[in-house]
Ligand binder design. Structure first.
Ligand code: SF4
Ligand code: SF4
Length: 62
């Protein structure tokens, strides 16, 4: 399984990552991206990382 971490301080609020997640795990709250879905459904595809301009997202395989 994968752990999805979003560093709020690094997130610029561009909203690019939320639309691209095939598992719909990422949402938006207070102008910051957040994990809103069931993290256990993360496929580790790293789409979110590839579109994030600030490097705010980290995916760790457990
Ligand atoms: S790695 Fe893929 S499935 Fe996991 S949160 Fe990012 S976009 Fe979604
Ligand atoms: S792509 Fe990166 S900077 Fe943009 S909302 Fe997502 S985490 Fe924040």
């Amino acid at each position: 399984m994968f752990i999805v971490s979003i560093d709020e301080d690094q997130c610029s609020g561009c909203n690019s990552c939320t639309e691209g997640c095939p598992a719909h795990l990422l949402g938006f709250n207070d102008d910051k991206a957040q994990v809103v879905g069931d993290e256990s459904e993360c496929m580790g595809c790293e789409s979110c990382i590839s579109v994030c301009p600030t490097g705010a997202i980290t995916i760790t395989e457990m």
